[in-house]
Design a protein around this ligand. Structure first.
Ligand code: ASP
Length: 585
């Protein structure tokens, strides 16, 4: 038998028991006559103690030959520790071994396997199996497991069926770039890996499975960032015979269930905000509502006083940083540099300090009287001690820049506490987005999203103004997921494809299967997909999704451990009717 207990299990109540443990040697501390081994497995660490005179000499000898990450099995007796370690669940006991058996030796690991490792990212990804032994990663995977189990429990109770959809599907030009897979049996033809099971889940609604879900892998061949991986996991859901309100309530309920069961937190009701309001008040379709600092617009109060920058601007808009009137020249310069960085792109920053003594000082004193500056302060409901930060220019760009500044101020003022959760539904997204480069409309969500019924008439006259029955779940400024009520009428779907620039033939070739299905009694339906990796990262308090995925890829989309992607044999290429082309530098 390899073990009677795990390395995380023994307590004072086990004293005098004879036990067998197996695990990895985390560390050996040899003080000459005294020697300790930290024995680790998935469940925890147990201290093994040997003492010259008490322990058999051959045991001490065996212990001295152990190295880091050796795999051993020990038999021994549980005793109370003399100096207890309150930080360890097993910290009140230790085991005096009567036998130490080496199960397997280990090379010295290339980095330390402790809470904090000394290894760089790439090295830890190459030896992912060693990194996964570390507590932070282990805890992330346990958290991920719990979230998956509770997701299934909730959705099952709500009558959802988990149904698998295929991974080898058909390439579609819309959306992100597809990963494709050549078909050996069908020369010169390709499958695509799904960017999401969108069309399949809609077809399941036509098939009568009115509540579907799947915790499912999706694939998008996009450039990578901290919160993106070429393959990622969604909680993908679809419901038939529902209104938008019912979809929102169902998934708000799911989020509440997960926070309650997995984190022991009551997050309360979600706020609701339409897209236009979110953009106007926060310059973002995913505002972080853990703090206020909503935008105020100043065009009417700031134009016509000879300050050309403001007079020429489409929009003058600012935020109030409470209690920041004492910001120094240096701090204000740093904020100006922040907004002027190319990633933000503002030309400059105007400030107004409402000093504690009631006086007002601004960077535009030359153009504006104290009375006018006072009227700005009133618009912000600002008090002495506050600081106003104002940007101007093209409306859309300026709002985006001010969003960055608002988030930066939120960080500087410690208003973005990772233990506080402020969920929000953003609704009524625009249906279409105009792209200047290609001079055409793109679907903002995807081509199956339904316009709001009251806006359908605008499709012919002013498509850019049409709002969609589309919604995003946003928590703390992170888009956790999104979905929509779908088009279930063949004619409307056809019209949508026309607006998106498809000819009837192209639409038929790409999506004929869906439009055909819509001719056989498609029920009204809608759904959502939540990013499971992002949700887990948020629960873990992490910004990056990489460490909530067991085997992630690096920033160039490589799996460093298995060294993939890789070339394939000529015979394989031939079988697939593929020819290699020299990569261009
Ligand atoms: N399939 C969509 C996505 O991946 C989500 C949805 O509309 O349900 O974003």
């Amino acid at each position: 038998m390899f073990r009677t207990h795990t390395c995380g299990e023994l307590r004072l109540s086990d004293i005098n028991k004879t036990v067998t443990l197996s695990g990895w040697v985390q560390r050996v501390r040899d003080k000459g006559s005294l020697l300790w081994i930290d024995l680790r497995d998935r469940y925890g660490i147990t201290q093994i103690f040997l003492e010259e005179g008490m322990s058999a000499p051959e045991l001490l000898k065996a212990a001295r030959e152990l190295g880091r990450e050796f795999v051993i099995r020990i038999e021994g007796t549980v005793v109370e520790r003399e100096s207890k370690n309150p930080n360890l669940p097993t910290g009140e006991v230790e085991v005096r071994p009567s036998k130490i058996e080496l199960l397997n030796a280990s090379k010295t690991p290339p980095f330390t396997i402790e809470e904090k490792s000394d290894g760089g990212d790439e090295l830890r990804m190459k030896y992912r199996y060693l990194d996964l032994r570390r507590n932070p990663l282990k805890n992330n995977l346990i958290l991920r497991h719990k979230l998956a189990i509770e997701t299934r429990a909730y959705l099952d109770r709500q009558g959802f069926l988990e149904i698998e959809t295929p991974y080898l599907i058909k390439s579609t030009p819309e959306g992100a770039r597809d990963f494709v897979v050549p078909s050996r049996m069908n020369p010169n033809e390709f499958y695509a890996l799904p960017q999401s099971p969108q069309t399949f889940k809609q077809i399941l609604m036509v098939a009568g499975y009115d509540r579907y879900f799947q915790i499912v892998r999706c694939f998008r061949d996009e450039d990578l960032r901290a919160d993106r991986q070429p393959e990622f996991t969604q909680i993908d859901c679809e419901m038939a015979f529902v209104t938008q309100e019912e979809v929102l309530n169902t998934f708000e309920g799911m989020a509440r269930h997960l926070f309650r069961e997995v984190k022991g937190l009551e997050i309360g009701d979600f706020e609701r905000m339409d897209y236009a309001t979110a953009m106007k008040l926060y310059g973002s379709d995913k505002p972080d509502l853990r703090f206020g600092m909503a935008f105020e617009e100043l065009n009417d109060l700031a134009q016509g006083h000879g300050f050309k920058v403001f007079d020429d601007a489409e929009l003058i808009v600012g935020i109030k940083a409470e209690g920041c009137s004492e910001y120094t020249r240096k701090q204000l310069d740093a904020l100006t540099d922040f907004v002027k960085r190319p990633q933000v792109g503002a030309k400059g920053l105007v400030y107004v300090k409402l000093n504690a003594d009631g006086s007002i000082k601004s960077s535009v004193d030359k153009f504006y009287s104290t009375e006018i500056l006072q009227s700005w302060a009133e618009r912000f409901e600002a008090k002495p001690g506050d600081l106003l930060l104002i940007l101007s220019g093209d409306a859309n760009a300026t709002r985006k820049q001010l969003n960055e500044l608002r988030l930066e101020m939120g960080n500087q003022l410690g208003l973005r506490d990772s233990k506080v959760f402020k969920p929000l539904w953003v609704t009524d997204f625009p249906l279409l987005e105009w792209d200047e480069d290609t001079q055409r409309f793109y679907a903002m969500h995807h081509p199956f999203t339904s316009p709001k019924p009251e806006d359908i008439s605008l499709l012919d006259t002013n498509p850019g103004e049409v709002r969609a029955n589309a919604y995003d779940m946003v928590i703390n400024g992170v888009e956790i997921g999104g979905g929509s009520i779908r088009i279930h009428d063949r004619e409307l779907q056809r019209k949508m494809f026309t607006i998106l620039g498809f000819t009837d033939e192209e639409a038929q070739k790409q999506f004929g299967f869906l439009m055909n299905a819509f001719e056989y009694g498609a029920p009204p339906h809608g759904g959502i997909a939540l990013g499971f990796d992002r949700l887990t990262a948020m629960f873990a308090g992490l910004d990056s999704i990489r460490d909530v995925i067991a085997f992630p890829k690096n920033n160039s989309g490589r799996d460093m451990m298995i060294d993939s992607p890789s070339t394939i044999a000529d015979a394989q290429l031939e079988e697939l009717y593929l020819q290699l082309k020299k990569a261009e530098d």
